[in-house]
Design a protein around this ligand. Structure first.
Ligand code: ADP
Ligand code: MG
Length: 256
């Protein structure tokens, strides 16, 4: 098997005396999408934040997280900052909270790039922003580059965040409930976009959702999480046709 892009071994996370993730192990191969599914509070976001080392300093983290064979947990903060938003990017449930309401969207997309590539000329930067606005199918980029976040719909704001997440050409995209705040039609459009860019940008993806039906539309493999543990992990098809764990069966039974 090809060596994994992301390799997590025995990851445990505690807040105070409460362990919220227990000995979690998973891998993601280059180009692969792993779905992480589980009910609210099962430790999905804590896991994704641990990968980016964005958990509060009070969290106790043990185990191993490797990107391309390099340990992330032991990296100096300075090097971790370089990975964040460049080799690993993340998109969240609420696009509005991740955007600056008083800054033009074009400037925000540009800033995501210049944070990792200082010294880009203005013209070339503008062209890059327009290119990524086009890549995520934002309408009329030339005209809308100077609009503010509130002038876009929820789905369009998620597209803006996806453009920001992609502009440094990451290897891994962590999508934590990226469609949960959107209505069903828009949800389908964003899923379609993620499938599209995953191919064109040769991305690996950790796709997190409480909704197994959503996860199954995009994931090659699915890991099912309950109370901080992965209880079952399989290819999407095998998980649906032959679920092993009672919790997985209950998720399948409650799916529409
Ligand atoms: P999920 O994303 O699966 O809904 P989370 O990873 O957000 O779950 O949370 C897992 C558990 O960890 C929850 O019980 C939550 O209350 C707790 N938790 C998350 N972040 C913190 C924090 N910063 N401090 C204390 N507890 C936290
Ligand atoms: Mg969460």
């Amino acid at each position: 098997m090809e060596s994994p892009l992301l390799n997590i071994e025995d990851l445990s996370i505690s807040f105070g005396t409460r362990e919220v993730v227990h000995r979690l192990s998973l891998t993601i191969a280059p180009g692969e999408t792993l779905g992480l599914v589980g009910e609210s509070g099962s430790g999905k976001s804590a896991t994704s934040l641990a990968i980016l080392r964005l958990l509060p300093a009070s969290a106790r983290i043990t185990g191993k997280i490797e990107l391309n064979g390099h340990s992330l947990l032991t990296l100096p903060e300075e090097s971790m900052r370089k990975h964040r938003g460049s080799s690993i990017s993340m998109i969240f449930q609420e696009p509005m909270t991740a955007l600056n309401p008083v800054m033009k969207v074009g400037a925000q997309i540009a800033e995501a790039y210049t944070a990792h590539h200082p010294g880009e000329t203005r013209i070339s930067l503008r062209n890059k922003v327009l290119q990524f606005m086009r890549d995520v199918a934002l309408p009329d980029p030339e005209r809308r580059i100077d609009d503010y976040p509130h002038q876009f719909s929820g789905g369009q704001r998620q597209r803006i965040l996806i453009a920001m997440a992609l502009i440094n050409r990451p290897r891994l995209l962590i999508a934590d409930e990226p469609t949960t705040a959107l209505d069903v039609t828009v949800q389908a459009q964003i899923l379609h976009l993620l499938k599209d860019i995953r191919r064109t940008h040769n991305l690996s993806m950790l796709f997190i959702s409480h909704d197994l039906a959503v996860v199954s539309q995009i994931a090659d493999r699915v890991a099912v999480m309950q109370h901080g543990k992965i209880v079952e992990q399989n290819t999407t098809q095998a998980l649906f046709t032959n679920p092993q764990h009672p919790y997985t069966r209950s998720l399948l039974a409650s799916a529409p």
